[in-house]
Design a protein around this ligand. Sequence first.
Ligand code: NAD
Length: 395
Amino acid sequence: MASVWEETDEWGPEKVLQVYDPDTGMKGVLVIDNTSTGPGKGGIRFAEGATPLEIFKLSRTMTWKCAAAGLPFGGAKGGIIADPNKVDRVAWVKSFAKMIKPYCPGQYIAATDIGTTELDMAIFAHEIGDMRACTGKPSELGGIPHELGTTGYGVTTALETALEVLLELNAIRIIRDNIKVSIQGFGNVGSFTAKFLDSSGIKVVAISDISGLVYNKDGLNIPRLMIDMKGKSMLSGLDGYTILNKNQIFEIDSDIFIPAAMGNVIVDDTVTKIIDHGVKIVVEAANLPTTKKADEYLNSNGVWVIPDFLANAGGVIGSFVEYQGRTEKEAFDLIRYKISKNIKNILTQAIMNGENPRVLALELSKQLVYRAMLLRKGAISVAREAYSRKDAISV
Ligand code: NAD
């Protein structure tokens, strides 16, 4: 099996920590990828089957995400390896916090991810004994919980901005008023994305989750669906809806596809399905949903992919605002400002130069991190040289 060691490169990871608590049975991983731009930031994934390699890949995404958003954070990720519903989750979160305490918040600042909520963040911060140890805390603790929908709001902003730029520069054929969106995943990110899209008058025709799929070719009634979902954890628990197979999400006629569940879902067979069903834009709300090969295939078939580290940065931008002790309103304003500016910049350049937006965005993030690494080494003269290089980003 591939290991983290095979993935080490000039960027990191700086630390890979595997922890085990014999008292509770808790097994966890902390990967701090790169801290040249600040303490490593990244959520704690609480999931069965999470591996150090997966946590490392997610931490690397955080490195590029924080750099792209211009935040004073590096990249990191935590993992607690179990189904949170099958263990004593409070004891496990406490135990994980106790084990990684020496690194928080100096080198690692946690947040929520799949399987963790604002309550876990409250437990984590109290166990560390420092409210700065994580973001996404409940508002009673001065937090801006991800449960307010910051990531979904950012995904919606990314989608709206992409549409605006692609239409303005004639890079896409689509009728703005009749756009159809399908979303895979109806958890924190998927549900808020659906809600914010609906508020913007954009039609969501299909939503899937682990249990099934709901569909209406004329657009789902999202406010109604939200009410009907109250107290239910899965779409299959809904009364009065026809629940289809979750894998049909790749075979829905739509203009925009939003993966908002797991990684590695746009792969060899699904990529052809979504293209055949008319998808022209993919907005990556999930982390790492598209394989490299599928991304290249989408690009060469004229499908615009808005990469995860730009599209789903709403949560970490909100985290930064929380870290500064500022308000929810300021978080939403900053998310809109930063994400729309970034997407406009990258997509305009990609269209003008015929480049893949992901490749372009990655290159810009790398330049920023590279400069920060030089500055950390104290190599000011080298940094000056980098500043003056033609390909360096203007400051
Ligand atoms: P979540 O646990 O709240 O929801 C996950 C959703 O995916 C659930 O609806 C689940 O049923 C569904 N799902 C799982 N397996 C599926 C399958 N095989 N087919 C269809 N649906 C499936 O998680 P979340 O916080 O919404 O995160 C979703 C994705 O977004 C993850 O990749 C996460 O890393 C990424 N992300 C989350 C945030 C955040 O603020 N929560 C921020 C950035 C990125």
